[in-house]
Design a protein around this ligand. Structure first.
Ligand SMILES: [Fe+2]
Length: 234
């Protein structure tokens, strides 16, 4: 399988002997994701978890990709192929994600700064992610600095938020997710959100692509106001 390599130009051009830890992670991810698994997807889940754990525990060169926004958390693209995308997400306190699914893809989340909280949701009627109607919270736990979380639609829908003033996480999706479901826990309404990036490969050029928000956070719910805009967050 030929992968479309959209890795950051400086990662592509660096010599073999001068690779940074992040460049090594991207290179190793390309290798792992080139191998088809018996389950029918690319990349061994455990091996990829190990790569993420190793990077998250020991390195900070991700900081070159960190761009924050005072209004909402930001998705900053590091590398992308047709089977995975790697990004830095910068969170400030009070900037939670909406409750969302992962389009039947795998998601790894490594906390590299601060402390995050992950809340799981399932449908009230089925107690899992197959159903309709209202959601209920099924689990809530922190993702500590230096640790890697993992989620799929089989586990739950989830919401992520920062427990500290600023948090940063490295997110890996396989395959890349271009849009996803957003769930309103109060009404059961599901809306589709197209996903974008706040920055790509350290470039802020994409900031002007979209700055409006398609939900309004209230005390306990999200009110959908626009289901078609491209979001720079997930
Ligand atoms: Fe997520």
């Amino acid at each position: 399988m030929t992968q479309e390599n959209q890795t950051s130009p400086d990662i592509r051009q660096n010599g073999a002997n001068t690779k940074t830890p992040l460049e090594e992670l991207v290179e190793n991810l390309h290798k792992e994701f080139s191998i088809m698994q018996e389950e029918g997807y690319y990349g061994n889940t455990e091996a990829i978890t190990d790569l993420m754990n190793e990077y998250v525990a020991n390195n900070d060169d991700y900081k070159d990709y960190c761009f924050s926004c005072p209004y909402k958390y930001t998705r900053n693209l590091i590398a992308k192929s047709d089977v995975f995308e790697l990004m830095v997400i910068c969170w400030k306190k009070g900037q939670p994600s909406p409750i969302h699914n992962h389009e039947e893809q795998r998601c790894w989340m490594g906390c590299v700064k601060g402390r995050l909280q992950e809340t799981y949701y399932v449908f009230q009627d089925t107690k899992d992610t197959h159903g309709t109607g209202l959601l209920e919270e099924s689990h809530c736990h922190p993702i500590e600095n230096g640790s890697v979380g993992y989620i799929t639609d089989e586990i739950a829908f989830h919401k992520i938020e920062s427990l500290t003033e600023d948090s940063t996480s490295i997110h890996l999706y396989s395959r890349p997710i271009t849009e996803c479901n957003i769930y309103c826990p109060m009404t059961g309404a599901i809306t589709r959100r197209k996903l974008g990036y706040f920055t790509q490969y350290k470039s802020k050029e994409s900031i002007n692509v979209h700055t409006s928000f398609d939900y309004v956070p209230t005390t306990n719910s999200y009110i959908s106001t626009n289901t078609t805009a491209i979001s720079t967050t997930q």
